[in-house]
Design a binder for this molecule. Structure first.
Ligand SMILES: Nc1nc2c(ncn2[C@@H]2O[C@H](COP(=O)(O)OP(=O)(O)OP(=O)(O)O)[C@@H](O)[C@H]2O)c(=O)[nH]1
Ligand SMILES: [Mg+2]
Length: 382
């Protein structure tokens, strides 16, 4: 469509209106018949939502934020709520493992590697990513409604390209103004999900990082529906067998939390320096808080070797995931850090008592599992 042959603005507007009046009904009809219309949106800066619908089928693609495994889960909880509120089928996400400040991510891996998905039907309609992808994706070009990132227009295409690339398809992106005329763009991206409070309060550290099943029935139901996959469960069982009998557990969070106290001064004042990154002395002191400190101790950590040496020096023997003898047929899972870490979380969730890191979503996942098992369980933190 060319407008430059018009000499004045007024006739241009008239012509434009006439064109729209003529073309819009045709376009509506043709879009229904010949185009698969997709509408989806991508995570906003705060890790918010993304969804996709078609005229026939309504989908919401979940692309978790680029962060550790348990932070990815937080986006998934939100997307489940979003899909449900919008009456859409969630496309279960691809997950990235080992996303840490000092490592490179591995993946993507299907959600079903970690979770038995069948039970999710109790909270949301879902399809796996593989099922969704096998149907093919008709769009080469996606229009994005730029109203959403008003202040970030320039960064938007780059931001979006990276998100779409993660889905495994290549798209061109066009920015569209609200109310624009989209006839040549079969796929439109828009944000429809609003923040909702179904999941309860986020970031109130009194119960730990993130959502708590104590504050939200919805969150409880979602967590209940997220059962571990066979492989995760198998490794957890092998680990528990190795420990044998009753045990206590701890999550020792290392890495980027070393300097976090300085950066989060207010929280540091409120909960103490040791709440972020524990000294060896503090960890040993904490063992005394268990009702039965003599029980075996299972340590969940990304720093197995460091922790083992330290405990050994102080005369306490502990179990970590590095002690587990994984049967040959499932040795492949040793390379899958988040299959291993999820198994480790399950083991910690079965401990008599568990002490974790108040600011870690890894700890929070363990606490959620503990509370589901025993309603009266109270979280304990360093
Ligand atoms: N095996 C094992 N893996 C862990 C442990 N803690 C974290 N991980 C994994 O290491 C990766 C990044 O670690 P973190 O940043 O500590 O964990 P996270 O899931 O991002 O949760 P946060 O503590 O909120 O940052 C994630 O994939 C975690 O699942 C652990 O104690 N044991
Ligand atoms: Mg993290």
């Amino acid at each position: 469509m060319k407008y430059n042959r018009f000499s004045d603005g007024k006739s241009r507007v008239v012509h434009l209106l006439a064109t729209i009046a003529f073309a819009f009904p045709i376009y509506l009809l043709s879009s229904k018949e010949t185009q698969d219309w997709y509408l989806f949106s991508t995570p906003t800066e705060d890790g918010f939502n993304n969804q996709l619908i078609t005229t026939q089928d309504r989908y919401l693609i979940s692309t978790p934020r680029e962060d550790g495994f348990n932070n990815q889960l937080i986006t998934i909880y939100r997307n489940i709520i979003c899909a449900r509120n919008l009456n859409r089928t969630i496309v279960l996400p691809l997950m990235y493992e080992n996303v840490r400040y000092d490592t490179s991510a591995q993946g993507p891996y299907p959600f079903e590697d970690y979770f038995k998905v069948q039970k999710l039907t109790s909270v949301v309609n879902y399809t796996t990513f593989a099922q969704f992808k096998s149907r093919g994706f008709p769009c080469r070009r996606i229009g994005y409604n730029k109203r959403i990132y008003k202040s970030k227009k320039k960064r938007l295409p780059k931001l979006l390209s990276s998100v779409y690339r993660r889905l495994g398809w290549r798209f061109r992106i066009s920015l569209l103004s609200p109310g624009g005329f989209y006839s040549d763009v079969p796929c439109i991206d828009d944000t429809l999900c609003k923040k909702s409070n179904e999941l309860g309060l986020y970031g109130n550290y009194s119960n730990g990082q993130g959502y708590s099943i104590k504050n939200s029935v919805e969150f409880r139901n979602i967590r209940k529906a997220m059962e571990p996959s066979e492989i995760v469960l198998h490794i957890a069982n092998v680990t528990q067998k190795m420990i044998g009998g009753k045990f206590n557990a701890m999550h020792i969070r290392r890495g980027d939390y070393k300097n976090k106290c300085k950066k989060s001064k207010q929280l540091c004042d409120e909960f103490g320096v040791e709440s972020f990154y524990q000294s060896k002395e503090w960890i040993l002191e904490s063992i005394k808080r268990y009702e039965n400190p003599e029980l075996s101790l299972f340590i969940s950590t990304t720093h197995d070797a460091e922790c083992k040496t330290f405990f050994k020096r102080s005369g306490k023997s502990v179990f970590t995931m590095s002690d587990v003898k994984i049967p040959d047929e499932i040795k492949w899972a040793l390379k899958r850090t988040d299959i291993m870490s999820y198994a480790s979380q399950i083991v910690a969730s079965k401990a008599e008592e568990f002490i974790g890191n108040r600011f870690s979503s890894y700890t929070s996942t363990i606490n959620s599992m503990r509370m589901l098992r025993d309603n009266s369980s109270e979280p304990q933190f360093f």
